[in-house]
Write a protein that binds this ligand. Structure first.
Ligand code: 4NP
Length: 166
């Protein structure tokens, strides 16, 4: 079994479809990590398989672009059993997906699984609301939540390294 404490830092963001929230989180985290000089593999996935192989929603691409992040080349993928050992940390964008991630965890899972918003003081237990059925302002709100939370993740990883718990 893999011991997460012996791995190099690698982070997976997971939402439902992997075309709105988690690709935005992947892009926002990658940018924040680069700016902070934090070395980390980053990826995203969906618990559902509806959008495998598809690019992010055009509204997610536009929102990321407006914030200086290019996610246009991302490709939808579904959460796989091996992700639980491949990544040191898995962050769920909402509570329903947290439950899905946890309930599917293989016995040998080593990744630390957490709700993204738990990282943000005062926002514990909160969901990044799904903007898929909303409009551009819902994407902007989701980006704001995500950007605040990933800044905290990067800070904590800089301090605590791969052993960070959320
Ligand atoms: P996401 O948003 O989980 O943030 O990628 C959704 C994308 C697609 C669907 C639902 C949510 N869908 O039902 O197809």
């Amino acid at each position: 079994m893999v011991n997460a404490a012996d791995q190099s830092l690698s982070v997976l963001f997971v939402c439902l479809g992997n075309i709105c929230r988690s690709p935005m989180a992947e892009g926002a985290f990658r940018k924040a990590a680069e700016e902070a000089g934090l070395a980390c593999d980053v990826a995203s996935a969906g618990t559902a398989g509806y959008h495998i192989g598809e690019p992010p929603d055009p509204r997610a691409i536009a929102t990321a672009r407006a914030n200086g992040v290019d996610i246009a080349e991302a490709t939808g993928r579904q959460l796989q059993p091996e992700d639980y050992e491949r990544f040191t940390h898995i962050f769920a964008l909402d509570t329903a997906n947290l439950a899905g991630i946890t309930s599917r965890a293989p016995r040998q899972a080593s990744a630390r699984i957490a709700l993204l918003m738990d990282a943000l003081p005062g926002r514990k237990g909160e969901t990044v609301k799904d903007p898929y059925y909303g409009d551009e302002s819902d994407f902007a709100k989701a980006w704001d939540d995500i950007a605040k939370a990933v800044d905290v993740l990067v800070e904590r990883f800089k301090t605590d390294g791969v052993s960070a718990r959320f």
